[in-house]
Design a protein. Sequence first.
Lengths: 344, 300
Amino acid sequence: MHLRRGRAVNGYSASSEMLVEVRGLRKHFDLRKGLARLVSGQEGHVVKAVHDVDISVRRGETVGLIGESGCGKTTLGRTILRLQEPTAGSIFFDGQDITRLNDAALKPLRRRMQIIFQDPYASLNPRRTVEEIVGLPLRLHENRSSEATRERVKVLLERVGLRASHIGRYPHQFSGGQRQRIGIARALIVNPEFVVCDEPVSALDVSIQAQIIELLDNLKRELELTYLFISHDLSVIGYVADRIVVMYLGEIVETGTRDQVLDNPCHPYTQSLLSAVPQLDPQSRQARIQLKGDLPSPMRPPSGCKFHSRCPKAMKICSHVKPRIYSVSAGHQAACHLYEESTR
Amino acid sequence: MTSAPGLPATSAESDRSILADNLREFRENSLAVAAAGVVAVFALLAAFAPWIAPHDPYETDLFRRLLPPAWEQGGDWAFLLGCDALGRDVLSRLIFGSRVSIAVGLAVILIATTIGTLAGLAAGYLRGIPDAIISRLCDILLGFPYLIFAIGLIAMTGPGFQNIILALAYKEWVLPCRVVRGETLAAREMEYIEAARALGASRLHVMLREILPNILSPVIVVATFRMAHIIIVEASLSFLGIGIQPPVASWGSMVSDGREFLLDAWWVSTFPGVAILLLVLAINVASQGLRDAFDPRLQR
């Protein structure tokens, strides 16, 4: 697959409006039960799935969030949508602080921010028809007649590449790619502004992946959507994203525009991710950076820089001092001690 | 799964729900269908007892005392299954007795399943304090010996139709509750639940409209096989004389009535005993068939 598409980066300029802004977000899972919370210490019992994450998404852009499985990218996406309660930090949607809003206050916002799920089999209720699944948001948010709802569902089905006659069917009668289209129709029927695409293609065959990515890309332009696109697949992210955010063990290690991150990866982790992508051109083939060992347990992350235990460029300082986020160039940042002098 | 994954569903394929598939599966199980037929016959007998029964079940006639079944020596074809010690027609009492068994069984199961399902949904979906309270309550109730506590309860409140239902339902809801709680715990982690929440669905909507339809099949299976159990317990209580009170005909008390004459007039106890056996067996076989039809692991 190609790492990037032909068209120029649009939607990226320093002045464009922030739609989603996240500051110092933490999501910790406490594995201690009941009284154990009072007795035993936090050490080794709390998973810091998301730890002090800052991320912002401008209106109209696609931010690609990439990282290994288990690095907290899905948790981050769901916490931003308030599907999980944040432990600390703040989330702003279109300028409004939504960090502590209750369900009732969130409801009107729900139609403005939506999610497309990874697993097209688990994300559709097997006992409901397509009409009920795709029409559910309308029934929850609008007082339409069932006739009007059905018409709108039909329009959406056709828009995502299904047939209007599929309306009475059940999810088990569709293939994986078709199910993902149903999930997309459900997310888009209320005209959201912001959509979290949580690994929307990683459960699909490669041939179908391309179709779904194409569909998401077209819908984005037509409906002026803003995506937070989560994936572990660099070729997918390179194709869809305007900006790329790289996560490792619950923290952001590098952010930048797509070209900055792909052409000039700064963090050793990003470099190793990129070196793993197969290159067609033998001239440009670089030595593959092989990481040592597995992803450390998020319950007992390494001290200092969390990546130092696997980092090929680890220095003495890395094991005990946590790196700040350093600016490499305009809009391009990396959390690595290698870039310390560049800010001085 | 009816269509192979990866292949588009053809337009010729009819729109089928999982439930419709399950029912078709059930219909192919001829033993279960026969059992369901037996249950249906009993239900019809109960519903139309006054029109079906050949005689008044309460009419006594000492000249017919312990009249043997029609095919025995001295029998009368007007009283097919003979008469009891008070000269009442056994067949008519049997038909009327089915009303008690089925009414008590249905009422107890309806109450217990409704309470148990709602409590289980709340415990499994809300977790936390509601779960702790409901689950501990279940544990406590499970510690009570069933029959002894029911007897004690009836001794306190006095026998009667409502009291028997209460005495049987007070802990019967624990079983559906535990089943529903477990199924809900599994279902709440599914992405379609998160999808509904992301769309702004309320907790009540998620519990009743998204989770409930997916956990209904185990609930139905539990309800049917526990109904067979309730029918036996009701018959036991009536046999002990603390269930349905005379002169109302119930199978348990009929067995008890004939106990003293078992050697001379076997038919008084035997026919109601056979009726209990037949109904309970039929319900259990039908329930097993439902379980097989609903079990996704057995599906093709």
